[in-house]
Structures are given as structure tokens and as C-alpha cells.
Design a protein around this ligand. Structure first.
Ligand code: ZN
Length: 241
């Protein structure tokens, strides 16, 4: 006998909890597989970047560009300022800039010397994008685009500005939004995040950004988080179980 329906209620509660746990389990598995898709894509790109740099290393340092001789060796050019090219990369998480990984220290005075014709040229140092720098780059690009989108969407007319071209907020926002769509290259982030759900992008960002040397930038990343943007500009969808 279940006089006050206590037993039935308990059973219902247990069934609900089991259902929720199962849903959560499926959701997690889905996110995990989408993360793997992203990792494979970025990993492949990083491998290609490495392979290209490796190829370049051989051709740039082992063959004289003047006489095509392979009788080449390394030298340190002692004259300061002879070779002023900078090889160091600039990296800022949300600046949307390119990332480069360079192996070892760079001595800008290091040159290759051709033993046949005497030509000397700046030594090429391998530079490629590794997985970590690439994934950070994609997330920073995504963040940057969402930030730009937010700016365009909320733009207002400044009546005290001599340079102001627009007469209404709406007109200004429409112009900025269309310029945003035309001028910014959304293609690369669209490609890399294709098939990854909105929920997974957030979860992966949390993991990748926290895990990176940039610390707790995840909060910054979420500041302009915009689902409309993700759905309409990147074609992303919500997770489906
Ligand atoms: Zn030569």
C-alpha cells in the first residue's frame, strides 16, 4: 500500500534522475567527439605547417640562391647590423594576430656561406605553428569577431563628432554590420569550427584557454559570447542528443 503516494513519487524522482544522468552522459560524449574533430583538424594544419617549414629549411640553407651550389656552410656574421631582419613573432591572445613557433634561439647574425661563389645570406630558422598556438589563434579570432560584431550592433551616432557620417543609430549599425560581414575573413574560423556545436565550442574554449599560458582569459572570451553570431555567421548549431 502506498497511502500518500510516497513510493510512487520516490520512484518517479529516481527515474528522472537516471534520465538526466543518461542525458548528461550522452551530451558529454558528443562534446568529446566534437573536440576530437577540432583537434584532428588543427593537428593536421600544424603538421602541414611543420612539414612546409622543414622543406624550406633544407632549400633555404643548403642551396646557394646565386649559383645553386650545395657546397654551403654556416657562419656567424660578426658585423652587427648587417642582417637586421626580425624573426620573432608577435603573440597576443585576442589581438587576432598570427602566431609563430620558433625552435631554439635566433641569432640574427647567423649566415650561410657558399664555398663556391662566396655569397652569404641570412640563415633561415624554422618557424611553424604548433597545435597550441593554432588553437589559441582560432579562439582569439573567434573572440575578436564576436567583439567586432558586438561593437557594430551597439554602435551609436556621435552628434558632436565632425567626422560622423551617419544620422541615425540604425543607419550606422547597418553600415557597420555589412562592412563587418564583408571585411572580416570569417572563412577560416567557419571552416575550423564546422560541425562543432555551440555547447562544445564553449566547453573546449574553457579547456583550451585555461590550459594555455594566458591564464584566466576565458572570462574575457565569454564577455561578447553571442549565439546569434555563432548560428548566423558561423552556421553553428546547438547540441542535439
Ligand atoms: Zn654560390
Amino acid at each position: 500500500m502506498d497511502l500518500f503516494g510516497i513510493k510512487a513519487r520516490k520512484e518517479r524522482k529516481a527515474a528522472d534522475a537516471a534520465f538526466k544522468a543518461k542525458q548528461e552522459e550522452l551530451r558529454f560524449a558528443k562534446i568529446k567527439s566534437e573536440y576530437q574533430i577540432l583537434k584532428d583538424r588543427v593537428g593536421k594544419e600544424s603538421q602541414e605547417s611543420y612539414d612546409n617549414a622543414r622543406k624550406k629549411l633544407t632549400t633555404e640553407n643548403e642551396i646557394c640562391p646565386k649559383c645553386k651550389s650545395k657546397n654551403v656552410n654556416d657562419r656567424i656574421q660578426r658585423l652587427q647590423g648587417s642582417f637586421s631582419g626580425s624573426v620573432s613573432g608577435h603573440s597576443s591572445l585576442f589581438g587576432g594576430s598570427m602566431y609563430g613557433h620558433s625552435s631554439g634561439s635566433i641569432d640574427t647574425n647567423e649566415v650561410n656561406n657558399c664555398n663556391d661563389c662566396g655569397h652569404q645570406w641570412k640563415k633561415y630558422h624554422m618557424s611553424y605553428s604548433d597545435y597550441t598556438s593554432l588553437i589559441e589563434m582560432y579562439f582569439s579570432r573567434l573572440n575578436y569577431r564576436m567583439e567586432e560584431y558586438h561593437k557594430a550592433k551597439t554602435a551609436t551616432v556621435d552628434k558632436n563628432d565632425l567626422d560622423e557620417k551617419y544620422t541615425s543609430d540604425k543607419e550606422k549599425q547597418d553600415a557597420l554590420l555589412s562592412a563587418f560581414v564583408d571585411s572580416f575573413q570569417l572563412k577560416s574560423i567557419k571552416e575550423v569550427f564546422a560541425g562543432v556545436s555551440i555547447e562544445a565550442v564553449q566547453e573546449i574554449a574553457k579547456k583550451e584557454i585555461y590550459a594555455s599560458k594566458y591564464g584566466d582569459r576565458f572570462e574575457d572570451f565569454m564577455e561578447h559570447w553571442d549565439e546569434y553570431f555563432l548560428m548566423n555567421f558561423l552556421g553553428l548549431k546547438h547540441i542535439e542528443i
